[in-house]
Structure formats: C-alpha cells, structure tokens
Design a protein around this ligand. Structure first.
Ligand code: ZN
Ligand code: ZN
Length: 421
C-alpha cells in the first residue's frame, strides 16, 4: 500500500530509524508546540526511544518532559508477594496528577511495548481486580484523553518479551530486530522523508472519511463466513481517522501507526451474529474464534474457541461492556495485515483488519467533534459508556461491507475486504 515504507534506503541504521521514529512521534504524532509540557509513559525496556523522543521534544520547544516508567518485574513482584487486599488498590494520585497536567495544556505520549504474556500465569481474579481498580482510578485522565482535551499519541517500541511472543521460533536478538523492522515499516519511518509519507497517508485517510461522511449511512452491514452483523451508527456520528485537531487547537495523530477510519455505533442498534477473524490478545490470554450474537445492541450470546471464560468476565465488567463503542474499517490489504504477523498488541492488530470495540465510545466521532455535547447529549445520540474499550477484528478478505441508508438502501462499501470506489 505504501511504497515509501517498502522501498526506502535499507541502509538506514537502527539509530537513524529510531531518531526518525522519535521525530515522527513528536512532529506528526503530537504536533508538540513550543512551551508545551510533555508527559510520557513507557516500559523500562524502551529507554532508548524515550531518550530520542525527549531530545526531539526539547528541540521542538517543550518546556518540560516528564516520563513515568513501568517495570514488568515490579508488576510480577506484586502478584508474587502482594497481600490479597492490595489488588483493589490503584495509584489514583498519579492519574489525578496526569489529568491536572493535561487540563493545564501538557501533551501526552504513551509508548506501548508490553509483554503480552506477562500476566498469563497469574490468578485471573486478581488480574481482573487490579485492572478494574486501575481503570476506575484512570477515569479522570482517560476522559481528557478520549475527548482530545489535549494533543496525544501512542507509538510502539520493540522489547524482548514482546518480540518473543510475535516470533516464538526465533533467537531473541533476531526476533527483536524483526519486530523493530515491522514497527519502523508500519510507522512509515523507513523511507527518506517520513514527514512527507505521513502527509500523503493522512490525505488518503481523510479522503476516505469524506466519502463515508458524505453518505451519512444509518448502518453498516458486515457479511461473510460466520458473520451477518448490522451495526447501526449513532445519530450525528462522524467518521474519524488519521490526523485530527484536539480541543486545544493542535493537530495530532493519536496512533502511530494508523490505517483505520472509524466511527461511533449506536449502542441500542446492533443486531446479528459476528465471528472474529483474528485472535484477540487480552492481558495474557489469547481469545480465539469469538462468536457473538447481538440483539438491540446488547450481546445476548458469546462463545469463543479458546479464552471463553475470560471473554465472559470481560463482558460482565459493566452494562456498557456488552455493547459497542467503535466500528472501524481497514482494508485487508493494509501493510500491517499483509505482514501476516499477529502482534498481540492492539495498536498493531487493530490496524490489520476492520474491527469493532466493546465498551466506551469516543465523543470525538460526532459532528463538530462532539465538543458541544454533554454526556446526556452523547447518550441520547447512542454513544456507549463503559470502563472498558476492547477492539477485536471482524474483517478479512472474505468480508463484504454495505452501507445502509436511512431508507434501507444498501450501497457497497467493501468487497472481499477492499474498498469499493
Ligand atoms: Zn479502532
Ligand atoms: Zn478502539
């Protein structure tokens, strides 16, 4: 799809590509402005990228860069030695502080590179409690992020434990270098001019959004093996994708990479059956062969070939966890999809196929950016609310997608997983 990512100088060193990724993160991902503070969260193993980003941020005029590192060994120590009661505790003070920073104009950058299997052997009840406590404590910060109160982005960095999951058969160093190659290619920093490559890519995503917004579809219908699903779209929904303007007026690319155009489904208007087309990696558990039936927006039946017990727990998180908060279209020929890899990382896997997300909706995907809407306004238009937001893949080269107009007319949107022009 993107020749720049494929045919660039293969001679660029790792250090050069890391610098380019840092530059793309700061200039394209964040659009960081002089005088802005920057808050970074990152796994400990990603220090080299954090440092490169910190250099780029100060070059761009950042007033202060503050990084919070997470450490897998410390997380495991809690499960090995923490008291039972400790699993309902979360660092609320930290997330309130982050929320303060975002409210006062700080930008936010998250580096994802976590070990997908970190908690695989742990007590699932403790994992669920710890997640729930963290999700609740995180709400003040997450709301500002989800509502684009400030400019933010997520980028990935390869880590050894992550590489081990993606390339289980390879020696550790080779797996790490293969994962870096995939990240650099998908992040469009392989070619000589990554900033120009991102300008072209954003223009293509915006053109696709404009076509979909022009139709003002009432619903989408997905049909393929094991799937016949009608996803009603929220009233006044708008398609989003690529670069967008946050409420502080700064243009950012919230996900690097990104291949999706997405919008808000109506929480009460989803009907039919859907089968997952790729495994969902959820906190150390691989949930495969998901089959779900919706009635009036609500999941009434859910099974999975593996990980069904975890799926059942997830959809019981709260009432909104049984309903959809996002629907996204990604062609089956996207660069991440054709890599044929399963990344066990949402940032990558959700950009490999059309997907839906259980849980929280993005208020941004409404006309005028939803900025003028209160919670009650959003809910009246069909936006879902939940503590969770979990994307899973329902697209493939075997799936057709139609847009349904308010009058019920079907207009082809995708055939065999590709855009119909
Ligand atoms: Zn998505
Ligand atoms: Zn999502």
């Amino acid at each position: 799809m993107d020749t720049q990512a494929q045919t660039g100088e293969s001679s660029a060193s790792h250090a050069q590509r890391l610098e380019r990724l840092a530059e793309v993160a700061v200039k394209v991902g964040l659009g960081l402005k002089p005088g802005q503070e920057l808050v970074i969260t990152a796994p400990l193993e990603t220090v080299p990228l954090v440092r490169a980003i910190t250099v780029e941020a100060y070059k761009a005029g950042a007033s202060l860069v503050t990084t919070f590192f997470s450490d897998d060994a410390a997380t495991l120590a809690r499960f090995a030695h923490g008291s039972d009661a400790a699993f309902d505790t979360a660092a609320g003070w930290l997330y309130s502080g982050m929320a303060d920073a975002y409210r006062n104009g700080a930008a936010r950058l998250a580096i994802s590179g976590d070990d997908p299997a970190l908690l695989a052997g742990q007590d699932t009840a403790k994992v669920a409690r710890a997640n729930r406590a963290r999700s609740k404590a995180y709400v003040p910060a997450l709301e500002l992020i989800a509502n684009f109160a400030t400019n933010w982005t997520i980028v990935s960095a390869a880590t050894k434990p992550w590489a081990r999951s993606v390339f289980p058969g390879l020696p550790e160093d080779e797996a790490l270098s293969r994962l870096w190659d995939a990240i650099f290619a998908a992040s469009r920093v392989d070619g000589p001019d990554p900033l120009a490559a991102w300008e072209d890519h954003n223009a293509a995503l915006h053109a696709r959004m404009d076509i979909l917004n022009g139709h003002r579809f009432a619903a989408l219908r997905f049909v393929g093996p094991g799937t016949d699903l009608t996803v009603g779209l929220a009233d006044d929904h708008e398609w989003c994708g690529g670069a967008s303007v946050s409420r502080n007026g700064i243009t950012c690319n919230a996900n690097i990479p990104t291949e999706e155009v997405f919008t808000t489904p109506h929480k009460d208007r989803v009907d039919g059956t859907v089968t997952s087309t790729k495994p969902l990696s959820y906190q150390g558990t691989l949930i495969e062969g998901i089959q779900v039936r919706f009635e009036e927006g609500r999941i009434v039946e859910a099974t999975a070939r593996t990980g069904g017990d975890v799926l059942a727990k997830v959809i019981e998180t709260d009432e909104g966890a049984r309903r959809l908060g996002e629907v996204a279209l990604v062609p089956a020929s996207s660069a991440i999809s054709t890599s044929g890899l399963l990344f066990y990382n949402t940032l990558y896997d959700e950009n490999a196929a059309s997907h839906i997300a259980l849980g929280q909706a993005y208020s941004k995907c409404f006309r005028e950016g939803g900025a003028q809407f209160s919670e009650a306004d959003l809910s009246a238009r069909g936006a879902n609310r939940s503590l969770i937001h979990i994307d899973w893949m329902i697209g493939s080269a075997e799936i057709d997608v139609d847009g349904l107009t308010a009058e019920g007319r079907a207009i082809p949107v995708m055939r065999a997983g590709e855009w119909v022009d």
